[in-house]
Design a protein around this ligand. Structure first.
Ligand SMILES: C[S@@+](CC[C@H](N)C(=O)[O-])C[C@H]1O[C@@H](n2cnc3c(N)ncnc32)[C@H](O)[C@@H]1O
Length: 232
């Protein structure tokens, strides 16, 4: 029987090395994929705002590391079901960031606490029947006007499917079709603002001059990943 959510404790220590190996074919490393998402978020946000950020399913805190780099005055909170991943995140000693484990269903904060909630590659590790509850929780802890960015793998992209199929920690992953993801976001009462596709080209040197084209392709449903931006 499938668990309600996947247990990452066994992968926590070597998570980055495992991920580096799994994405090698793309020409970029694990850090690259953490940083690009924060740069996408920055397209809609003011870097210097004093905001409170929740990194939901923060894993070893690698995204939070880049939130710290680009959002100077922010306060960062990361939560994850994996205690070992939280241990790794705390070892990074990211300034003005706290990381804590939780039960995976009730976000351990009062209503209306966060200006921005970010989640990266988490929903495909949670049973689909639980998505509704998680989105309601995310909506609950977002401030009115708060923004939610949810990054996912795109199952329409063959290279993404290959990488996921061969990645040890994605063994139980069930990827979210963009249409399903859109539907559950709207159903949760969040106002859907953007569905953007990303990462169309490999990151090998040869493709570098072409990467600028990606910003006009965000509508094209074959990017390797995509994200939904919604507002409470
Ligand atoms: C592929 S990792 C991504 C980690 C991090 N977000 C990143 O992009 O580097 C998926 C993470 O989702 C976490 N996770 C799984 N189910 C969860 C749940 N119900 N609530 C919060 N996190 C969960 C796992 O423990 C794991 O750390």
């Amino acid at each position: 029987m499938k668990r309600e959510f996947d247990n990452f404790d066994e992968f926590a220590k070597d998570y980055r090395a495992t991920h580096d190996k799994s994405v090698e074919i793309s020409g970029a490393d694990s850090d690259y994929f953490s940083e690009y998402k924060i740069l996408e978020v920055l397209k809609y946000e003011q870097a210097n705002d004093s905001i409170r950020i929740l990194d939901f399913g923060c894993g070893d805190g690698n995204s939070s590391k880049y939130f710290r780099k680009y959002f100077n005055n922010s306060q960062i909170v990361g939560i994850d079901v994996s205690e070992q991943s939280i241990k790794e995140a705390n070892q990074k000693k990211i300034e003005n960031a706290i990381f804590q484990s939780f039960n995976g269903s009730t976000i351990p904060f009062d209503d209306n606490q966060f200006d921005l909630i970010f989640t990266s590659m988490v929903f495909h590790h949670i049973e689909h029947k639980l998505h509704e509850n998680i989105l309601n929780e995310i909506r609950r802890v977002l401030k009115p006007g708060g923004r939610f960015y949810n990054f996912e793998h795109n199952p329409n992209n063959p290279l993404t499917r290959k990488v996921v199929n061969e990645c040890p920690f994605d063994e139980d992953a069930v990827l979210l079709k963009p249409s399903y993801h859109k539907m559950i976001t709207i159903k949760s009462g969040l106002n859907l603002k953007n569905l953007n596709f990303t990462l169309f080209l490999p990151r090998h040197k040869f493709f570098k001059p072409l990467l600028g084209l990606e910003k006009i392709l965000t509508w094209c449903p074959i990017g390797a990943q995509y994200y939904i931006r919604s507002i409470k």
